[in-house]
Design a protein around this ligand. Sequence first.
Ligand code: TRP
Ligand code: ZN
Length: 881
Amino acid sequence: MRTDTGQVFRLEDYRPTDYLIPQTNLTFRLSPEATRVTAVLTVERRDAAAVSAPLVLDGDGLKLNRVEIDGKSVEQADLLVTPDRLTILKPPAASVFQLTMETELAPAGNEALMGLYRSSNVYCTQCEAEGFRRITYFLDRPDILSVYTVRIEALRDEAPLLLSNGNPIDKGDIGDGWHYAAWHDPFPKPSYLFALVAGNLGKVADSFVTLSGRDVELGIYVEPGKERLAGYAMDALKRSMKWDEEKFGREYDLDVFNIVAVSDFNMGAMENKGLNVFNDKYVLADRETATDADFANIEAIIAHEYFHNWTGNRITCRDWFQLCLKEGLTVFRDHEFSADQRSRAVKRIAEVRTLRAHQFPEDQGPLAHPVRPRRYREINNFYTATVYEKGSEVVRMIRTILGSDAFRAGMDLYFERHDGQAATIEDFLQVFEDASGRDLSQFSLWYHQAGTPNLTVSSKHNPAAREFILEIEQSVPPTPYESRKRLMHIPLAFGLIGAGGEPVAYGGVEGASVEGGVIHIRKRRHVIRFSGVSERPAVSLNRGFSAPVTLSVEQKADDQFFLARHDSDAFSRWQAFNTLLTDTLIAAVRQTLDGKQHAFARRLTGLAGDIAGDETLEPAYRALALGLPSEADIARDIGNNINPDAIHTAREALALAIGSANREAFSSLYEGLADKAAFSPDATSAGRRALRNTLLDYLALSPGGPALAADHFHSATNMTDRAAALAVLAHRHHGSHEATAALAAFETTYESDALVMDKWFQIQASVPGYQTVETVRALTAHPAFSLSNPNRVRSLIGTFFSANQIGFHRADGEGYRFFSRIVLEVEKRNPQVAARLATALRSWRSLEPGRQDKAREALLFIANTENLSADLRDIVERTLA
Ligand code: TRP
Ligand code: ZN
């Protein structure tokens, strides 16, 4: 194993640069194998810098053809040039000079998808976080804001469309079949927001009039022929623009706003100023090819990238340690947008499920880091659930503590005070302190301290004294580099509920500050006394998931059943039912089910039936409630010595019990939900489909199940129903002729639609069973599969790792052997995607000892490979540490 662990970047080492680059002029002469980039930078020495200070520019694998200062070529002796760095040893004494550089790139061979690359013959760029240095030498860091003017030259036949950031200023012919276009972006921006797109694309055009009456031309560019699939994305964009005006007072600021969909993309999408680039999976949709989940994701991601225009672009990050400043805040904004567009309760439950599925295991394993990390080796590996999702929860807690009005005042101050700047988390917290007069210093630990806090809660009622007492104790587990933790400020929303379901009024409170239904936990232990409470109430805790913590509550099952029926907080009501399901499943895994618990299980299956049929609840909510905790959820809650086989068995048994106890009720509900109206992707219609498909999953376990699912599949009139039925067949009745026929029919119908084939790969990769690793291996040779395309890799391989607990964690280690080989295969092409895949084993220490050994071997196999990329080495070494 190599001992050189690469350079570590530390927050405390931040220093401003000696030079600034107020203006950047770029000329691209595009060609697949040899694109020439001429960069003319206006370089300005800061007043504080020494006149002789060398200028050190970042590069990454660059080939430099020429370098000039103020129009004169530079002496070799005055330069240090490597592919990864350009040092001007003796810059001119003048405080401003012009640096010209010509670099040469081969976009066609760029499989890492960072910098300038080709996706289906379209030239495109991805510069966040450090991709701009693969285009030209630069001060490639977010605190260097520059005004960009870009000229693109290309063969008109090859690239009729030429796009960059900002507004178009010029275009024309150059002769010999070449043409050009020029773009100017008046807003100073960091290099990571630079973008260029050139190629042959179809356009969907629309327009938007801003609050102050300015006209904005909107364009969504897609593969020619797919224009009709961009309608939903365009609608989501216009709704996002309007919403940001109404809810945050934020208006769009350029004459044009363009979105381009590409099929090879490392992440979801990118907020480049005025020119967002999207993974086409998050743009293209119609009822035939996209599921309701796809529509919801498109809406959320379109909004997310659009909202970055203010939170990220107008106000950017001082350095990459501050990534959550833009990401956590922008996720919070897109969550609020979706909550307003759809159902707030359903959205909140879905958010919490995602947070628990992705962020909790990160925070509880070897890759744990604070929302604002203090150190990194590879910044690409810090685009994490902690930075994004926990970062959003932290913003939500600020709003909970301040109230909506003071929160909005703080946001207004943030925009006013920091517009045009590269800011920090300290700046962000300061605006809320200034706007509210509150002290957020203890609260700020949420940014600085990793780990999921736990609250241990117990309660007592003293009828004689008419007093209700809550005892709450906080603890934060140790995480890498942080063995000792400080006490946090945790806003815990709660409610006391009387026997009739009504809120219980209390006289006074002692032992903690309680305001507006929120207990402010600040000490290790609080004993909170509510006076004037004559009957013992049920307690509803962490309402709306006000804080991203785990709770250990000593609470009777009767109370949980009561809350699952009566809690007026929709989130907590869902939580109560989900806790009952989880507790039952864990007892089954531990085989501690006794007579009492069997009675408990019967009560639970009865409650499941009641929730399913409760017409006062939205169908989408009922679907979420009836969806059992996933095998990974159960494993996480068990915490150690995990045997995935036992979890699978327990979960299947509970599904069967719920399904058979409610067969008739589920069946008639299922019939009643069949949609007769025309398809609409709206949340209400989607909710009905979700409930019907959840019921199908239960009904498929009964006699006649395969035929029912096959009928559902063949009569489906949209992808949501078709894919759901295919998953039910493949997962519940694998190998049946119904399943085999449906898989084959789906393949034949969609073999040339890559995004739909992703669903086919996903469904097969998640077939529970030991044999699936062989299926997945075989499917890597399928004509629709490609190890170079991130969407394909994530669908087939990523899904196998994350959604197939018993297949991936096969006791004989075959899943892990496949893991190490395939991660290394992907890494040859795309280190960033390989590193992400490799996080699948981050919880390996929670497995039972036999699997632990085999998982460690697989990780060591990767760690011992020569010439690992920084991305993969970082993940594997931290995972093993
Ligand atoms: N800033 C992007 C977002 O909206 C994230 C992103 C897109 C990204 N592509 C990337 C980050 C490539 C790193 C590398 O969240
Ligand atoms: Zn983002």
